[in-house]
Design a protein. Structure first.
Length: 287
């Protein structure tokens, strides 16, 4: 990769790594639904402004079904699940679990799309399961029902990301990437709006720190991140672009340790290492 691409690659990992910190700050004060709603809604508005600046049209009438599907699987459900998980487990846990998304892509490919499962992939899957198990059972947070719920939320979100990857792969070359990014965020905001308005308490009592964290989630971790990500895909392809998941846990653990004073233990580092090894094995198999 060219130096400019590497710079954007590292920046993307740092930004996405910060998303778990932001959710950890925003969700307890705003509630998990409002955190997800603000993230998707403001990101959609920011990306619409970006399209306007670029003189591009969203083409909603032609593509609304795709925008809604990607918005539901790739943003609405994961945003809600990760925001809820932020109430149960540390940010570092969520980041490490997030990096298992390529593993689920392999599992779903074998189950539903008749992809072949090779020895390297099997070893990768075992490493991934081992890393998650090590994190849950030996991490700094005591094993409990709350921790299990948080972990299951993260795993559900990663499955959604894997499904989104398969869906968007079939749209390659038919819809411009900035349009998918914008339309999906608008679609996500529409899906989250109904349960938020119906069930979530008013966010007016939220702290300034929580509102600032939600703003960071929307503008940095969604709007900017999607533009960076799709730009990298156009230059180096999806396989290399998705390897950004290797770096996200590193930055997430760093931000959580520096800014939230969350513990980083040997068991967390070992679990993170196993997950990264798993990702490397699976990515080599895919390529």
């Amino acid at each position: 990769m060219r130096p400019a691409v590497i710079y954007r690659f590292v920046l993307l990992a740092a930004v996405w790594g910060a998303s778990f910190l932001f959710m950890r700050v925003a969700a307890p004060s705003l509630g998990f639904l409002w955190t997800a709603q603000i993230r998707a809604g403001l990101a959609g508005i920011a990306l619409l402004i970006y399209l306007r600046f670029r003189k591009q049209k969203l083409e909603w009438r032609q593509n609304w079904r795709h925008y809604l599907m990607i918005g539901l699987l790739g943003s609405a459900i994961p945003f809600v699940l990760y925001s809820y998980a932020a109430l149960k487990i540390p940010a570092g846990y969520s980041a490490i679990l997030n990096s298992t998304s390529p593993l689920w892509s392999v599992v779903l490919g074998v189950m539903f799309w008749r992809q072949r499962l090779h020895l390297r992939t099997c070893i990768g899957l075992l490493c991934g399961v081992g890393g998650v198990s090590l994190l849950v059972h030996l991490g700094p947070v005591a094993f409990s029902v709350e921790v299990v719920i948080g972990v299951l939320c993260c795993m559900g979100a990663t499955i959604c990301y894997a499904l989104t990857g398969e869906y968007t792969k079939r749209l390659a070359g038919t819809i411009a990437s900035p349009l998918i990014a914008t339309g999906s965020q608008i679609g996500a905001a529409l899906f989250i709006a109904a349960p938020t308005l119906a069930f979530a308490p008013s966010p007016l009592h939220a702290s300034v720190a929580a509102l600032a964290a939600a703003l960071g989630l929307a503008l940095l971790c969604s709007a900017l991140a999607y533009l960076l990500f799709f730009g990298i895909i156009q230059e180096v392809g999806p396989v290399k672009a998705l390897s950004v998941t290797f770096l996200i846990p590193v930055f997430a653990l760093l931000w959580s340790w520096l800014l939230l004073d969350e513990a980083v233990t040997l068991s967390m580092l070992a679990g993170c290492g196993l997950v990264i090894v798993a990702m490397a094995l699976v990515s080599q198999q895919k390529s």
